[in-house]
Design a protein around this ligand. Structure first.
Ligand code: UTP
Length: 271
């Protein structure tokens, strides 16, 4: 059973500068709610009971957002605006926070969740990747597969050739429908990508991943990639990729962010 989730939200959001100097990408609004709210909702809908959000000193807005707002509630009641209280309802889940001192990469961020995870498998949801599906959400789709294979599962999406250089691209040994048995992951391949299946922002990890994350000293050295750790893990155990159902939008890419807003407002068909 997957009951825990880690949401890394400590990155600098360099692709979205200058606004990310002051507004975390994870707080970008989508129909009045920040992106990370949708991600927490997705986790809760898929059965997650405890969440660890990895933040940094620039991300206090995220902590504030998931706090109760007693003054605001009292104000709304005093001004006969109690009908707006529904807008303040937060997903019912226990959230805790850890600070990542330096944004040294996704692997480094996840490593901070080691004591939170303990001996339990856990989900990882990237809050800048919004995936919309009419049926089971992306995390639930991975959890369903995990419950059968009891091994790490990562979300995959088919990408056109020209986009593959921006992603981790998987090499597979075999495939059964949407389920792929993984051989390796090539991070941002410059030429000859091994497939058209790219890693997107949902994972189910087992606690043995932590021993595979290479700890490096230094503040801003080479990025500590989660995909490198998953590749190491593959040497010891089976890892699976699942071609998820749903439309995916990376809100760090302005065009996709705008597409998502239009989609959520019912102005655009799924891509
Ligand atoms: P991204 O690479 O998409 O986000 O990481 P980024 O680094 O913030 O943005 P760009 O690429 O510079 O524009 C995916 C998620 O992982 C978090 C980010 O906050 C984002 O939500 N992350 C990334 C961390 O928590 N720590 C890191 O060291 C790196």
């Amino acid at each position: 059973m997957i009951k825990k989730a880690i949401i890394p939200a400590a990155g600098y959001g360099t692709r979205s500068l200058p606004i990310t100097k002051v507004l975390p990408k994870e707080m970008f609004p989508i129909k009045g709610k920040p992106s990370i709210h949708y991600i927490v909702e997705e986790a809760v809908e898929s059965g997650i009971e405890e969440i660890l959000i990895i933040v940094s000193k620039y991300k206090n807005l995220i902590v504030d957002y998931f706090d109760v707002s007693l003054e605001l509630e009292a104000f709304l009641e005093s001004r006969n605006k109690a009908y707006l209280l529904d807008k303040l309802v937060l997903p019912k889940v226990h959230i805790q926070y850890t600070r990542q001192p330096y944004a040294r990469g996704l692997g480094d961020a996840i490593l901070l969740g080691r004591s939170f995870a303990g001996n339990d498998p856990f989900a990882v949801l990237l809050p800048d990747d919004i995936i919309i599906n009419q049926g089971a959400n992306a995390t639930k789709q991975l959890i369903d597969l995990y419950n059968t294979v009891e091994s790490p599962v990562i979300a995959l999406k088919y990408m056109k050739d020209e986009l593959l250089h921006k992603y981790g691209v998987v090499d597979i040994t075999s495939q059964e429908g949407q389920v792929h048995h993984l051989k390796s992951i090539i991070e941002k391949p410059k030429h000859s990508p091994p497939s058209n299946l790219a890693v997107v922002g949902r994972y189910i990890m087992t606690p043995d991943i932590f021993d595979c994350i290479t700890v490096k000293s230094g503040e801003f050295g080479e990025e500590i990639q989660l995909t490198d750790a998953i590749c190491k893990l593959m040497a010891n155990r089976a890892c699976y990729g699942y071609e998820i159902e749903g439309d995916r939008f990376d809100i760090g890419i302005e065009e996709e962010y705008l597409q998502l807003i239009r989609y959520i407002h019912g102005l655009e068909n799924p891509i």
